[in-house]
Design a protein around this ligand. Structure first.
Ligand code: NAD
Ligand code: TYD
Length: 351
């Protein structure tokens, strides 16, 4: 059985990647390494936690000694690295947490893999999961992020992810570490922590709380259903060319305010509330510092070289997402008023 280490598997995207690999590939043993920060939640993996080919390991990628021991205990065939601090607003209030996990943590992981794989490096693979935010922001509506777009990160979060991408490329170039990188647009779907736009709005509409729209709500994001991202990671892990980068995106751009209004409409219908009820909760609030205007991915390379295209239309993906949150209000309540509530309130008190 090939052992594969997935980091950050208790988080939003990581949990979908872990589930996909555990259920699709019985020939792999999946190790999920996660520090269980505020964003890590083992509830996300209840359905597969007893699978014979799955093991959870609690640990911090900032701890180099711990990683050294883990890699000497197991000969991992590959690493799929998702563990990160992931929220831009938190990176503005606490940038060093992002430097530690995203930069130092990635360097530690590369070092542990390099040391463990030194005798047959070419038989392994380091897959680094990154974001389109490393490319900065777009102004011209006809422009899209390509794999060749110059890096221009503008928040502590995107700068820390850009640094980690550079480290992976440097290890590939210098030490011949077999590596692939993907840069994906904004994800949405089940298990998304309610600090991010879509689940925050769903949660606040449910609880009749104000819907904070930053600035004028004119910023644009390109949304992709999380299971489509997990499938792209699967395809790139198995078919991606060594040393290559692949952009992943949904060709699905939405202005924030239009998306929030759409969510209000869907939720009013689902909750049998008169049309327009939730719109009244919309509040324009002070803009995020350094708020990137627009992200939009050109995923042509992934389509033409590896045959991946998104499978879900946005309407279908949002329907699935809203239905999941309505059916799993206990998951939300646990975060907003239960075990995770102090982390949540730190950022979202009063919203
Ligand atoms: P998330 O915040 O939901 O989950 C991150 C996970 O990493 C959590 O389970 C957390 O416990 C774990 N973690 C954090 N610090 C750790 C540490 N020091 N050691 C071990 N584990 C640690 O994040 P997400 O939204 O699922 O994002 C996953 C990855 O995908 C990140 O690398 C992110 O940059 C990237 N990404 C996210 C998006 C998006 O829209 N969410 C888009 C593109 C790329
Ligand atoms: P977010 O989900 O934090 O993702 P990212 O900043 O990584 O793109 O935010 C998505 C967009 O929504 C972004 O333009 C900021 C905006 N936003 C709000 O208007 N209000 C909110 O409460 C949040 C969390 C985000």
């Amino acid at each position: 059985m090939k052992k594969i280490l997935i980091t950050g598997g208790a988080g939003f995207i990581g949990s979908h990647v872990v589930r996909r690999f555990v259920t699709t590939y019985p020939e792999y043993h999946i190790f999920n390494l996660d520090a269980l920060t505020y964003a890590g939640n083992l509830e996300n993996l209840r359905d597969i936690e007893n699978s014979a080919n799955y093991t959870f390991v609690k640990g911090d990628i900032v701890d180099a000694a711990f990683l050294g021991e883990l890699f000497s205990e197991h000969d991992f065939y590959g690493v799929i690295h998702l563990a990160a601090e992931s929220h831009v607003d938190r990176s503005i209030t606490d940038p060093m947490a992002f430097v530690m996990t995203n930069v130092i943590g990635t360097a530690n992981l590369l070092n542990a893999a390099k040391k463990s794989w030194k005798d047959n490096l070419e038989e392994h693979l380091f897959y680094h999961v990154s974001t389109d935010e490393v490319y900065g922001e777009l102004h011209d509506p006809n422009e899209f992020f390509l794999e060749t777009t110059k890096y221009d990160p503008r928040s502590p979060y995107s700068a820390s992810k850009a640094s980690s991408d550079h480290l992976v490329r440097a290890y590939h170039n210098t030490y011949k570490m077999p590596a692939v990188i993907s840069n994906c647009s904004n994800n949405y779907g089940p298990n998304h922590f309610p600090e991010k736009l879509i689940p925050l709005m769903i949660n606040n509409i449910l609880n009749d709380k104000p819907l904070p729209v930053y600035g004028k709500g004119e910023n644009i994001r390109d949304w992709l259903f999380v299971e489509d991202h997990a499938r792209a990671i699967d395809v790139i892990f198995h078919k991606g060319a060594n040393g290559e980068t692949y952009n992943i995106g949904g060709h699905n751009e939405w202005k924030n305010i239009d998306l929030v209004k759409l969510l209000c409409k869907i939720m009013d219908e689902k909750l049998d509330r008169p049309e327009g009820t939730s719109d009244r909760l919309i509040h324009y609030v002070t803009d995020r510092a350094g708020h990137d205007l627009r992200y939009a991915i050109d995923a042509t390379k992934l389509k033409t070289e590896l045959g991946w295209v998104p499978s879900l239309q946005f309407a279908e993906g949002l329907e699935k997402t809203v239905n999941w949150y309505l059916a799993n209000q206990g998951w939300l309540d646990n975060i907003t008023s239960g075990a995770y509530s102090h982390y949540y309130e730190e950022m979202y008190d009063g919203r």
